[in-house]
Write a protein that binds this ligand. Structure first.
Ligand SMILES: [Zn+2]
Length: 197
């Protein structure tokens, strides 16, 4: 479902903030002109003006990337996969890169991992290729299993990304130097700050 349009200034407009129809001149991630469908029967969505299609892979991917990025930005941290029963938190300082092949991936800088790739698994598909790439580049990479949370509310998905969803290492770079520099972060405090009770 297409739920975001882009105006002439490049601003992202949610279907809930859009004007019904095509008067706003919004376009899709794939450049197609959009019509805002705000009826009573179906959930509000945009459709491509040309063929009335309400599905667009480019739009779906872009929306997922933006959503996950905003969650990570707002939290400024993410719970790392457990190692030896110890829970650690990665602080997120900045975004290095992002992309969407099979899964949305955000590469962030922070501590204790100077660079960390966060792979959000939205479907049950193998991440073996990503694991191979992370190994070859010797880049820390973790995956979060989000397929069970797809139909939850945005707030629940956000909480799942930051802390609740199952997560595991694809590749973990050990860096004693940065471990010494890292400081303990309180994930409960971060969760409260985000409004999670
Ligand atoms: Zn499109």
């Amino acid at each position: 479902m297409i739920v975001e349009g882009i105006d002439d200034q490049g601003t992202i407009i949610s279907i809930y903030d859009a004007t019904r129809g095509a008067t706003q001149g919004l376009h899709c991630e794939c450049e197609a002109a959009l019509i805002a469908k705000q009826g009573d029967e179906l959930a509000w969505h945009f459709a491509h003006a040309s063929n009335q299609s309400g599905a667009c892979a480019a739009a779906t991917k872009a929306t997922a990337l933006r959503f996950i990025r905003k969650v990570l930005e707002d939290a400024g941290a993410i719970t790392l996969p457990e190692v030896d029963r110890a829970v650690r938190v990665q602080s997120i300082h900045s975004f290095v890169a992002e992309g969407y092949g099979d899964f949305p991936i955000h590469r962030v800088s922070g501590s204790p991992h100077p660079e960390l790739a966060i792979v959000a698994k939205l479907k049950k598909k193998s991440s073996a290729q990503i694991l191979e790439r992370a190994r070859a580049k010797n880049l820390s990479a973790m995956e979060i299993a989000l397929h069970a949370f797809r139909n939850r509310s945005d707030a629940e998905i956000a909480e799942a990304i930051i802390d609740h969803a199952p997560r595991k290492w694809l590749h973990r770079v050990l860096n004693t130097q940065s471990h010494k520099l890292s400081f303990p972060r309180d994930i409960e405090k971060i969760r409260r700050g985000l409004g999670f009770a």
